[in-house]
Design a protein around this ligand. Structure first.
Ligand code: NDP
Length: 284
C-alpha cells in the first residue's frame, strides 16, 4: 500500500493565509512586517532562492528589501550594511543568503545579525537558546519539518526518530526540536556504521545529506513518517531528494515529495519567523 503524500505546498498555502491575516492586523496597527534579504555574487541557485523569498513576502503583504551585491563586496562593507539594517525599525528580519564568497567569513556575518532579527535562526545565541528549549526563532527548515509532522497529528512523544545528517542548519536543530517534542532521537552522519540498522528502527526518519536517493525502501521501517529535506539536481536537470521515492513510497506510511515537500515549508516558516519578529518588536 503506497504511503500518504505529505504535501508541503498545500500546508504552506494554509499557513501563509494565516500569516497574511496576522500581518494585515499588525499593519493596521502601524507595524508592517519587513524582511531584508542580502545576496552576494551570482550563484544561480541563490538568485532563485532570494527571488522566491521576496515574492513570498509580497504575497503575504510584508515589506521586503532585496539587496544584491557583487562577489567583490568586502566583509567590512557587508558588516556595515547589516549594522544599518539592525538599527532600521522597518526591518524585523534579516537574512543573508548562503553560501558566501570565500573571502567573507560566514560565521562573522551571521553573528553580526541582531539575534532579535535573526529569522533564519542561525545566530549562535539562537542555536544556544534552541538547545536549552527556549528558541527565539527556530531554524526554518527543521521548523517546517515539525509543522509537517504536526499536520498529521503524529504522536511524536515516545517515538523513535532518526535524523540522517548533522549540519548546523538542518540536522542538529531538527534533533533538538524532536527531542523537545518527546522523541527518542538518533543523529547519524557520514561516519555512522551500518546506517540501515538505525534508519530501519525509525518511526520518524528525517534525511538531510545532499546525497541523491541514498535512503532506499529497504532501509525504512514499514509505516514510518519519512521527511526528505534533500534537494539535488540530477544531470538531466530534474530535482530529487535524498530518499529514493520510488522504493520508499511502498514502505513508508507518510512521505514528503521532492519538490513540493519540505522546500515550500522552509519559506513559509521564514515568513512565520518574520511575522513573529514584527509582533515582538518594540513600538516606535
Ligand atoms: P551539509 O552538507 O551541511 O550536511 C550534510 C550532512 O549529511 C553532514 O552531517 C554529513 O555528515 C551527512 N552525510 C553525508 N553523507 C552521508 C552518508 N552517506 N551517510 C550519513 N550521513 C551523511 O548539508 P545541509 O544540511 O545543508 O543540506 C542537506 C540537504 O538538504 C542538501 O540536499 C540541501 O540542498 C538540502 N536543504 C534543503 C532545504 C530545503 O528547504 N528543503 C534547506 C536546507 C538544505 P558529516 O557531518 O559526517 O559530514
Amino acid at each position: 500500500m503506497p504511503a500518504q503524500l505529505l504535501d508541503g505546498n498545500l500546508l504552506s498555502k494554509k499557513l501563509r493565509a494565516e500569516i497574511a491575516a496576522r500581518a494585515a492586523i499588525l499593519t493596521a496597527k502601524g507595524v508592517r512586517p519587513g524582511l531584508a534579504v542580502i545576496v552576494i555574487g551570482d550563484n544561480p541557485a541563490s538568485q532563485v532562492y532570494v527571488r522566491n523569498k521576496v515574492k513570498a513576502c509580497e504575497d503575504v503583504g510584508f515589506h521586503s528589501v532585496l539587496e544584491r551585491y557583487s562577489a567583490e563586496l568586502g566583509e567590512e562593507e557587508l558588516l556595515a550594511r547589516i549594522a544599518t539594517l539592525n538599527a532600521d525599525p522597518s526591518i524585523h528580519g534579516i537574512l543573508v543568503q548562503l553560501p558566501l564568497p570565500e573571502h567573507i567569513a560566514a560565521e562573522r556575518v551571521l553573528e553580526a545579525i541582531a539575534p532579535e532579527k535573526d529569522v533564519d535562526g542561525f545566530h549562535v545565541a539562537n542555536a544556544g537558546a534552541l538547545m536549552v528549549g527556549k528558541p527565539e526563532f527556530k531554524p526554518c527548515t527543521p521548523y517546517g519539518c515539525m509543522k509537517i509532522i504536526e499536520s498529521i497529528d503524529y504522536p511524536v512523544r515516545g517515538a523513535r526518530a532518526v535524523i540522517v545528517g548533522a549540519s548546523n542548519i538542518v540536522g542538529k536543530p531538527m534533533a533538538m526540536l524532536l527531542l523537545q517534542a518527546g522523541a527518542t532521537v538518533t543523529i547519524c552522519n557520514s561516519k555512522t556504521r551500518d546506517l540501515a540498522h538505525h534508519t530501519k528502527d525509525a518511526d520518524i526518519l528525517v534525511v538531510a545529506t545532499g546525497k541523491p536517493h541514498m535512503i532506499t525502501g529497504d532501509m525504512i521501517k514499514t509505516g514510518a513518517v519519512v521527511i526528505d529535506v534533500g534537494i539535488n539536481r540530477l544531470p538531466d536537470g530534474k530535482l530529487c531528494g535524498d530518499v529514493d521515492f520510488d522504493t520508499a513510497k511502498y514502505v513508508a506510511g507518510w512521505i514528503t515529495p521532492v519538490p513540493g515537500g519540505v522546500g515550500p515549508m522552509t519559506i513559509t516558516m521564514l515568513l512565520m519567523n518574520t511575522l513573529e519578529a514584527a509582533e515582538k518588536a518594540p513600538k516606535h
